[in-house]
Design a protein around this ligand. Structure first.
Ligand code: HEC
Length: 473
């Protein structure tokens, strides 16, 4: 525990003081630990690429930084990596790379897909750069990692090939054009109700990944009107969703005995946000679906839900009622917007993916329990529009809440020069679809459970939560 806190302080020191701060940390033992030596050995001068740095790049960087993947350069060989040493040093100290921006000191702290570096790994990389980025002994190089072909499904390693692949009609984006929202409809070829175990969505080609900002697959089907999803409320997205995809996202695999239900006649209504990149590109988006075996019905049903940080209002024309949203971000200002959604049933929150546009700065999700206690679920303090990261909670720490809990989402927007993504701080910004307009919601997969299940969960987890809370300074 002490150790963890100490490390936390180092992380804070690194990210707030930035360059140079590491030099002040009492960390020879940390570098030694990373390279497998004891503290008494003079480890500082001997950090090498082959022995110490290459294994970190393999574990944390190369999935994106290899030829044919999404990042602009490969970080596989020494020759490829060496020219980037200074830039790597800065990006890892500022915790911009790998792209993992959640605050690790509050809320849920264990994730299935954590790609962040430890303080030790950052220290190793910085020492390597500061000592001239030497190769060391090439015999120390780890065996090269094998990567799946770019058009292989990421989930295939774990689940095999998908049972269904649904494709959207292709779209051609001009070299120069305003943002486009492409909204085709595809049908799902099933003749009886089927339960979904996992979904993975992706632009079909590597070029398509450059123009696709994000994509949502809405599930359109005649569902039980008494459905547990809080979609009748004006404070969450109005349509049931199967999956949301954004740059860097992998796949959604539901926990054991949990799934999403597809009914015969179901359709996917796509909402693909495409932006021009200076070159004409044609692409389609596709969705891989892995099903539970026929006849196997999972106990729990999960719903992708967009918990709003922006308040809604209803307007009616004839018999139609629409929900609009309002956010008011004056020029050269930083503002907060928040909203509340009540859970109608006990539920487990499975993940957190903050969604904002270019002015997005930070987002927090809190739970206000019926007994009045308030718990921070997650906080992303340095949101970056280029990275719509999905933070997936580890099964044993995914939080459950009783019926009647209020989910409180706050979004902060930075419409000043300090925000490097801001195209024009002199513009007023309001709600809208374009990236120059704003939105704010927390995408979460919500799994509804019974009150008994919640009580069993609480008996197991609450005492620990309460102990953790009271031991805070
Ligand atoms: C999820 C994919 C992903 C992972 C993991 C990742 N990167 Fe990146 N990296 C990118 C992409 C895409 C860019 C270009 C866009 C950007 O800068 O955000 C980038 C940019 C960079 C840059 C800036 C290049 C420039 O033009 O100056 C550096 C340096 C870098 N990454 C280093 C790393 C290191 C070191 C790691 C591991 C410790 C890492 N990245 C992990 C995807 C990734």
């Amino acid at each position: 525990m002490m150790d963890a806190k100490f490390r936390m302080l180092q992380v804070v020191a690194i990210s707030t003081l930035g360059l140079g701060a590491l030099l002040m940390l009492p960390d020879p033992s940390i570098a030694a630990e990373a390279s497998g030596k004891t503290a008494s050995e003079p480890a500082a001068a001997t950090v090498t690429f082959a022995r110490d740095v290459a294994p970190i790049l393999q574990a944390r960087c190369q999935e994106c930084h290899h030829v044919g993947s999404m990042a602009p350069m490969s970080l596989v060989s020494y020759e490829e990596t060496r020219p980037w040493a200074k830039s790597i040093r800065q990006r890892v100290i500022l915790r911009q790379m790998p792209p993992w921006h959640i605050d690790p000191s509050v809320g849920v702290q264990k994730f299935k897909n954590d790609m962040s570096l430890t303080a030790e790994q950052i220290s190793t990389i910085v020492r390597w750069v500061d000592s001239g980025a030497p190769l060391g002994d090439p015999k120390d190089m780890p065996a090269p990692k094998q990567w799946p072909a770019p058009n292989e499904w990421k989930a295939a390693k774990e689940l095999g090939q998908p049972d269904l692949v649904i494709k959207a009609d292709p779209y051609t984006m001009a070299a120069h054009h305003q943002d486009v929202w492409w909204r085709p409809v595809s049908s799902i070829p099933i003749t009886e109700p089927r339960w979904v175990r996992a979904v993975e969505m992706r632009p079909a080609t590597a070029a398509g990944r450059r123009i696709t900002h994000h994509a949502v697959a809405y599930l359109v089907q005649d569902d039980n009107p008494d459905s547990l999803a809080p979609t009748a409320s004006s404070d969450v997205g109005g349509r049931g969703m199967l999956m949301e995809w954004a740059i860097g996202k992998g796949y959604d695999l539901y926990r054991p005995d949990t799934g999403k239900l597809l009914l015969p006649g179901a359709q996917i209504s796509w909402d693909v946000h495409i932006h021009a990149v200076g070159e004409e590109i044609r692409d389609d988006v596709e969705l891989g679906i892995w099903l539970y075996p026929k006849g196997q019905e999972p106990k729990y049903r999960t719903y992708l839900t967009g918990f709003q940080a922006i308040r809604g209002f209803e307007s009616s024309t004839g018999s139609q009622t629409r929900v609009g949203r309002n956010v008011d971000i004056p020029p050269n200002s930083i503002i907060a917007s928040d909203n509340y959604t009540v859970l109608k049933h006990a539920a487990i929150l499975e993940n957190f993916q903050p969604h904002m546009h270019l002015r997005g700065k930070a987002m927090e999700v809190e739970a206000i329990l019926p007994d009045g206690t308030v718990q921070v679920v997650s906080y992303v303090g340095s949101f970056n529009f280029n990275w719509m990261v999905n933070y997936i909670y580890a099964d044993d720490v995914a939080p459950a809440f009783p019926k009647g809990t209020t989910i409180h989402v706050t979004a902060w927007y930075d419409n000043t020069h300090a925000n490097p993504n801001n195209p024009d701080p002199d513009q007023w910004v309001g709600f809208g679809d374009r990236t120059v307009d704003e939105m704010g919601h927390a995408w979460m997969n919500v799994t509804y459970i019974s009150d008994e299940d919640y009580n069993a969960w609480a008996a197991k987890h609450r005492p620990k939560l309460e102990a953790d809370a009271s031991s805070r300074p």
